[in-house]
Design a protein around this ligand. Structure first.
Ligand code: ASP
Length: 439
């Protein structure tokens, strides 16, 4: 059995955290391929090494003296090396980083050093071989990611290696120019390594015990989700729940490799298992509740709209021409409502309204802002009667007016639109009815 284990920044922020990681790896001999992030925050007001590198490089590019900033970064690593009693020196690496910063090697190169150096420490700590991601994760000349070549290079390189450390977050173009993924991108590297070695499991170790049923900033001590499908996860992440980089899902999903989100600080917790499909029934009818704030709606009314061919297309064209993405579109017989991101819409509001007037000559247009969307997601909803009924009675009991209802055709989710001021109460009411009272 092979497991790929990725550790996030907070799991590797200090020597003590490294020790926890070491015991997690040694506890299971299948944990053979390790993908580290850069050291993250040791306490809440701390700065991530990646952010220190961005700032340091900016000073270098501006021609300022960046030696103090680079020394601070070096100190972060030295603290880990000393705390682990390692016989490992990064002096030569820091010398070449200094030179490359002076020669303006690029912002991606700068940021990537966080993972590169942490990978070196990890390799020396575990005695696993170090594989520089620049040699095995390939980007095209235009900066886009090259999945095929990466998979060839990675699988070829790791084929005969029983264990290895591959730093996350970056790769390089064919000419060696370093390119990073977007922030949080070590998750993607973990997924690519899992695909390349045909791992049985991709464990993603972070500082929470998996996905929670609801946002802990809204619901007190929410329970965690034991098993979630990729589709459910997509619905929840769209609505704002984030633990994993979105692009980390595709490579492993395609290969049928499950992802297990685990907590480095509570390794006894099982975390959340993300799978393609499962016959495990969720504990509750719903898998999760998520929501986002900051929507506006535009309701367009016109008598006999339903018989006017091309009406919807013309309206949608207006939004497309103005570069505004449409989030939801519930409709009536003579009305259609368009939900959009409020801040994006506000900038072009008057132009869009006059374009709609011109395109379809409506009887009336009504705008509403400060709306929030709340999604109740769950594969269990399909086979359970009365879920919608319970949602609406819970909201009614909490005196919340429902502004919009949208049930996806997959019956995987029901989205309700509420006023901004009802947003948190709506989530609490739904959590209470589906989880606390367990019906
Ligand atoms: N260190 C990078 C960041 O802070 C990448 C990662 O941690 O996944 O975004």
């Amino acid at each position: 059995m092979k497991k790929v284990v990725k550790f996030g920044g907070s799991s590797l922020a200090s020597a003590d955290q490294f020790k926890k990681v070491g015991s997690i790896i040694h506890e299971d001999e299948n944990r053979r391929y390790v993908v580290p992030s850069a050291p993250g925050k040791r306490f809440s007001s701390d700065t991530k090494v990646t952010d220190m590198l961005y700032a340091c490089y900016e000073s270098a590019v501006n021609g300022e003296d960046f030696s103090g900033q680079l020394e601070d970064i070096k100190a972060r690593y030295q603290e880990i090396i000393d705390g682990l009693n390692l016989d490992c020196s990064l002096n030569a690496d820091f010398e070449s980083i200094r030179e490359n910063f002076q020669n303006k090697a690029g912002v991606d190169y700068a940021a990537s050093r966080g993972e590169f150096l942490n990978g070196k420490i990890m390799s020396s700590y575990l005695g696993f071989e170090f594989v520089d991601a620049a040699e095995v994760v390939r980007f095209n000349d235009d900066g886009s990611f090259n999945a095929e070549t990466t998979n060839d290079l990675l699988s070829e390189r790791l084929r005969n290696m029983n264990s290895a450390v591959v730093p996350g977050f970056y790769g390089a173009k064919a000419d060696g120019t370093v390119v990073t993924f977007s922030r949080g991108g070590s998750d993607i590297t973990g997924s690519l390594v899992a695909l390349a070695v045909h791992a049985d499991l991709y464990e993603n170790w972070t500082d929470v015990s998996g996905f929670l049923i609801a946002d802990p900033r809204i619901v007190k001590n929410p329970k965690s989700i034991e098993t979630i499908t990729y589709k459910e996860l997509r619905e929840l992440s769209y609505m704002g729940a984030s633990v994993l980089h979105e692009d980390a899902i595709f490579p492993v999903r395609k290969a049928g490799i499950p992802i297990n989100i685990r907590n480095t600080n509570a390794p006894e917790d099982k975390g959340t298992l993300i799978v393609e499909s499962t016959c495990r029934q969720p504990k509750y009818t719903i898998t999760g509740i998520a929501g986002t704030d900051g929507f506006a709606s535009i309701t367009i009314e016109k008598a006999m709209m339903n018989s006017e061919i091309g009406f919807c297309r013309k309206v949608l064209q207006v939004f497309e021409d103005n570069g505004i993405s449409i989030e939801h579109m519930p409709s009536g017989i003579d009305t259609m409502t368009i939900f959009v991101n409020k801040s994006a819409f506000e900038e072009k509001e008057q132009k869009i309204l006059s374009d709609i007037q011109r395109a379809v000559r409506p009887d009336h247009i009504e705008l509403e802002s400060d709306l929030a969307l709340v999604a109740v997601v769950g594969r269990g909803m399909k086979s359970t009667r009365g879920t919608a009924g319970r949602i609406f009675s819970a909201l009614a009991h909490a005196h919340i007016n429902v502004k919009m209802i949208d049930q996806g055709s997959s019956e995987l989710n029901i989205i309700v639109g509420v006023k901004h001021e009802d947003f948190k109460n709506a989530i609490r009411a739904l959590y209470e009815i589906f989880v606390l009272t367990q019906i």
